[in-house]
Design a binder for this molecule. Structure first.
Ligand code: DC
Length: 223
């Protein structure tokens, strides 16, 4: 069974998808981390973000692995060609580079191929932008999460503080909005809710509330 969780930046996808996967004993796939890893590797190798041929080559040849450590049921590390990129993919530099990288159709094809291979066996909670529309259009459950711009800015600020990074609230919000604008208006698999997705506005809801609601949808499908 595939549970697709899509939505804009900082809408609560990761927190909810991780917690839901743990609760359901399902796999958890963070497709944003895959695009982020390609972007991080492009920056490290000095690949120009305008060089779509080089970006597609990079995405097609990069070996991505999600690893669990210390008995965790969820992945805790992301490896790109064996290099630990877990922290690097969350930096503001990668935040800025990931939208143009993920807008390249050939990069998307390479990532979608891996995502479909992984999701072919077992139960998965998959989070991203195009999971319910493109990657798994037949997903058993499709959820589109949203939250107000202020709430999303606040969440991202907390995330950044946790990583020891600091940025003014206004700056954080502007960057989120710029990324959403890019992701929504690109030609290849833009961020859009699937027609059959359940829309959930998470503003003012706790992560547990949201997980409870999605778990109830899963229960209804399983019954
Ligand atoms: O979920 P995230 O913020 O970590 O995603 C980072 C970027 O990756 C996002 O701005 C757009 C891109 N992305 C995408 O195009 N398709 C996906 N399925 C997941 C992420």
């Amino acid at each position: 069974m595939i549970i697709a969780i899509d939505g804009p930046a900082a809408s609560g996808k990761s927190t909810v998808a991780r917690s839901l996967a743990a609760r359901l004993c399902a796999g958890y796939l963070d497709t944003g981390a895959m695009y982020r890893s390609v972007a991080a590797e492009a920056l490290r190798r000095d690949v120009s973000l305008d060089d779509t041929t080089a970006l597609v080559e990079l995405a097609s040849s990069l070996t991505l692995r999600f690893e669990r450590e210390g008995g965790s049921v969820l992945p805790t590390r992301v490896l790109a060609d064996g290099r630990d990129v877990t922290s690097e993919i969350r930096t503001p530099e990668v935040d800025s580079a990931v939208s143009p990288v993920s807008a390249v159709p050939g990069v998307r094809q390479a990532m979608v191929r891996i995502q479909r291979e992984l999701g072919a066996v077992g139960d998965w909670v998959v989070e991203g932008r195009d999971i319910g529309t493109v990657v798994f259009p037949d997903a058993a459950i499709k959820v589109f999460l949203t939250a107000s711009a202020e709430e999303r800015g606040r969440r991202r600020e907390i995330d950044m503080r946790r990583q020891g990074l600091s940025m003014g609230a206004q700056d954080v919000q502007q960057r989120i909005e710029a990324r959403d604008e890019y992701d929504t208006t690109r030609e290849a698999s833009p961020l859009v809710a699937a027609d059959d997705a359940v829309r959930l506005d998470t503003t003012g809801l706790s992560a547990d509330d949201v997980v409870d609601r999605i778990a109830a949808l899963v229960e209804a499908v399983r019954r």
